[in-house]
Design a protein around this ligand. Structure first.
Ligand code: B12
Length: 217
């Protein structure tokens, strides 16, 4: 019997998020593991894609907050299962990125996708979680000798925190590359606040980091 294609399996993972179906998620995740699909692809082309679809439906008023929370719960559950496969301690890393959602912002699904993509590409990622203050980012970067700080903001209100992060590093006279993203964030915004890079998706964040660290492959 022919194996189902990777795309078909990833579509099922995506559908499990869109339909808040944790049973389908478990089943399709197992299929994805069995088919040897990389965890980063499961995150970006399965779970992340599903959550993007949920976001669009929510924005269009076709679903409401309880459904969004149900979809987030499915993603979080899947992340717990995926995380052991995303990082390994004995690896030689290509660089270190300190990542988090900015202060006041509890959205973390997009940030988690970015973490997964970078880990999959061989970077060490220190994930500080959500609602992270500018100084916590800087302290973590210092103590981990990070190459890059990455801040995710999903709300127009918390976008200002990205600016505060650049300012905090300047005040501390701490030189580190800073990249930003999240739905309301743009290339122009990042340029205007003195950030070093922007990408609109988890798929592009790897290229961005590679180009900043000068190790494109
Ligand atoms: C899921 C969701 C939630 C979930 C979050 C669950 C979780 N654990 O993350 C819950 C239900 C908890 C939630 C809560 C709230 N939410 Co909400 N939420 C969303 C929703 C529907 C989807 C976001 C999402 O996960 N997208 C899918 C991911 C995969 O995409 P992404 O986040 O954009 O990430 C990609 C890129 O942006 C990029 N990226 C992301 N981060 C970074 C970082 C870097 C460095 C780089 C380079 C790239 C990058 O790569 C990612 C992967 O491709 C959006 C609507 C939308 N369309 O965005 C509203 C939305 C963001 N929420 C909104 C609001 C208002 C809230 C609440 C205040 C609601 C309330 N009244 O209580 C609270 C927030 C409280 C707080 N203090 O943060 C508003 C924000 C409006 C604004 N001011 O701009 C939105 C836009 C909905 C709306 N249209 O009103 N929310």
């Amino acid at each position: 019997m022919a194996q189902p294609s990777e795309k078909r399996i990833l579509d099922k993972v995506c559908k499990s998020v869109e339909t808040y179906d944790s049973v389908l998620m478990e089943k399709s995740l197992k299929e994805a593991f069995d088919a040897g699909i990389p965890p980063g692809d499961i995150m970006a082309s399965g779970l992340g894609k599903g959550m993007e679809a949920v976001g669009k439906k929510f924005d269009a008023g076709r679903i409401f907050l309880p459904q969004v929370m149900a979809a987030s719960a499915v993603v979080n559950l899947a992340m717990e299962k995926l995380s052991p496969f995303l990082d390994s301690d004995d690896k030689k890393y290509r660089g270190t990125v300190v990542m988090g959602s900015v202060q006041g912002d509890i959205h973390e699904i997009g940030k988690n996708v970015c973490c997964a993509m970078l880990r999959g590409a061989g970077y060490k990622v220190i994930d500080l979680g959500s609602d992270v203050s500018p100084y916590s980012f800087i302290e973590a970067a210092k103590s981990n000798s990070a190459d890059i700080i990455a801040g995710s903001a999903l709300m127009t209100t918390t976008l200002q925190m990205q600016k505060a992060m650049v300012r905090a590093a300047d005040e501390e006279k701490y030189s580190v590359l800073m990249i930003f993203g999240g739905a309301p964030c743009t290339k122009e915004w990042v340029k205007s606040i003195g950030g070093d890079g922007y990408s609109s998706s988890g798929a592009e964040i790897v290229k961005l980091v590679e180009s900043l660290l000068g190790d494109a492959q």
